[in-house]
Design a protein. Structure first.
Length: 243
């Protein structure tokens, strides 16, 4: 079975510790999970053609996870994109994204190449191109109507992504069902109601996973490392991993 190829555009939390870019990653060079502010810059540094991005999957409505989308839309319009793009968002987020893109770029969000907006909520199961996507409710900012993690199946592989979340049933469900889980780890030991930490939470996430499953940590705060846990990778900016 082929491995899961992940390339990280950034690995930091919203405060960019140690100069890390805000968190976001690309699956197989074609599917973007969250669109951090520096998304276009990072794609160009990595020599990933932005026009090759087929899918954008957004986890929640916080700026460090979606502010790169307007500039991607401008690039696609100005640099000859000719194939459709699918943008997956939590239910209710589409209109906010459209307003943001209009304000940020002063250009129409209608595109000749075609944009398909797919709004989802926890429990939905949708087929988006080659990706079978199952949204999972997670516990994050109570001011947001929805925050989602995702279980993504493609070619017999199962990738989980927590988005931003405290430890919760949704995160543990993703851990149990993923061959590779990309999990936030926003601090080493801060106990926050909206995020996970390395000392208290990540060992519980890893214990819920299969023995050979791989855990990748992102959305990192200072002093986050693997802490001796097996099958755990601490992602780095602009790095690629085959798992």
């Amino acid at each position: 079975m082929p491995g899961i190829e992940l390339t990280f555009l950034g690995t930091g939390n919203a405060f960019a510790p140690r100069g890390r870019g805000c968190s976001g990653f690309v699956l197989d060079g074609r599917h973007l999970f969250d669109a951090p502010p520096q998304a276009l810059q990072s794609l160009n540094k990595l020599r990933i053609n932005p026009n090759a991005i087929e899918t954008v999957v957004l986890s929640h409505q916080h700026g460090d996870h979606f502010l790169g989308l307007p500039l991607l839309l401008v690039h696609w319009k100005e640099f000859g994109r000719s194939t459709p793009v699918r943008i997956v968002t939590p239910l209710g987020m589409r209109e906010a994204m459209l307003q943001l893109c209009r304000l940020a770029s002063r250009t129409s969000t209608e595109a000749e190449y075609g944009i398909e907006w797919v709004e989802v909520e926890a429990g939905d199961a949708v087929q988006v191109g080659e990706l079978a996507i199952e949204p999972v409710g997670v516990k994050h900012d109570p001011k947001l109507e929805r925050s989602l993690g995702y279980l993504v199946s493609c070619g017999g592989r199962r990738l989980g992504y927590t988005g931003d979340s405290a430890l919760c049933d949704g995160v543990l469900d993703l851990a149990r069902r993923s061959d590779v889980l990309v999990s936030e780890c926003s601090s080493r030991d801060l106990q926050l109601p909206t995020h996970m930490n390395l000392v208290d939470d990540i060992p519980r996430v890893r214990a819920a996973m299969g023995a050979t499953a791989e855990l990748v940590l992102t959305h990192l705060g200072p002093r986050v490392d693997a802490d001796g846990l097996g099958h755990v990778t601490v992602a780095e900016d602009l790095a690629s991993y085959s798992l």
